[in-house]
Write a protein that binds this ligand. Sequence first.
Ligand code: ZN
Length: 125
Amino acid sequence: MEIAVDTESREFWDGVAAGELRIQRCEACGHAVFYPRALCPSCHCDRLVWIVASGRGEVYSYTVAHRAFGEFATEAPFTVALVDLDEGVRMLTRIVGGTVAIGDRVELEFATAAGNQLPCFRPVA
Ligand SMILES: [Zn+2]
């Protein structure tokens, strides 16, 4: 799958290539921001800077895909989750290396999905 990199997301994808989970933080109000944007969704300021996230978070919700289509078909079953990062943003991601429940602690682990290196999360033992 070809990932469409644009002006707002380039730093995020450069981070993925470097093994870092990069998110934005607003210099005006301090809010963490994800997905990548040009303006802070909290105060509409354009002074967003990039930080490296801790890679730790908590499962907000998840589902297990038992059937998938296209390039994902051979990867089923897999777990898709919403993870609340400790920095305060929610991220759509995949769970690898185990099963989770809502509220479980997880940590960053890069994994390959549909041919792309992506930031995923694994359960914390
Ligand atoms: Zn702001």
